[in-house]
Design a protein around this ligand. Structure first.
Ligand SMILES: [Zn+2]
Length: 219
């Protein structure tokens, strides 16, 4: 059992510093089960950890991470659907109140999508997965925004909006949203600055989130 030393050291820090503060919470969660109010759909990217960005405690966030924070449209079949299974569990069993799709800057998945159009030998999995982005790319181009490999921000943000639309293809999500029991929200994290924006459905833009405590330093 040779875990990388960095991880062993990190676990030691967890035991020394965080676990004493969280142990009571862990015990209660173990006894009563988890009841998170928010589900986050985020990217696998090592720089975009939802628990870090939202300073979350154990039991607070139900997190699914995949390449480029995507959700395939509702399509029940005999195939194995990891994202849809997590959604079903979070929405139908845990009854989360919010599903937040969090995109981010410098996304390798989005860059792969922009690059693969010119690549003759697609990989085994990534290019096929990233084809989920095609509707967002088409919508951008139709709106007069040509795709640029050197500036993926528009597509990174459009993919969040598209994923929110894909979520509404799940009948048990759509019915809860219509009933006011579930909210679908979009967010975008800038890796270089640590700033978070939230999608505004009215203006259809991402607006910086001003956290109350740190609003003064967010300008
Ligand atoms: Zn990413």
């Amino acid at each position: 059992m040779d875990l990388p030393q960095r991880l062993v050291d990190g676990y030691g820090a967890f035991l020394d510093e965080r676990l004493p503060l969280e142990l009571d919470r862990y015990r209660k969660l173990a006894a009563a089960g988890q009841r998170p109010e928010s589900m986050i759909i985020g990217c696998c990217d090592s720089r975009v950890s939802p628990e870090v960005i939202f300073d979350a405690h154990p039991g607070e966030l139900f997190v699914v991470r995949n390449v480029a924070n995507l959700v395939p449209p509702y399509a029940p079949s005999g195939f194995t659907h990891g994202v849809s299974a997590a959604l079903e569990f979070a929405v139908q069993i845990l009854e989360v109140k919010h599903v937040i799709v969090m995109g981010h800057s410098h996304c390798g998945g989005v860059r792969a999508f922009l690059a693969h159009r010119a690549r003759p030998d697609p990989g085994d999995f990534i290019d096929n997965w990233m084809d989920l982005l095609a509707p967002a790319a088409k919508a951008l181009e139709a709106a007069g925004h040509p795709l640029r490999a050197d500036d993926p921000t528009a597509l990174e943000q459009a993919s969040v909006v598209m994923t929110l639309a894909n979520l509404m293809t799940f009948p048990w999500i759509e019915s809860r949203v219509q009933a006011g029991a579930l909210r679908l929200l979009g967010a975008y994290f800038d890796v270089a600055t640590g700033r978070l924006s939230a999608y505004d459905h009215t203006s259809r833009t991402f607006i910086p989130v001003a956290a109350p405590v740190h609003a003064g330093s967010a300008g």
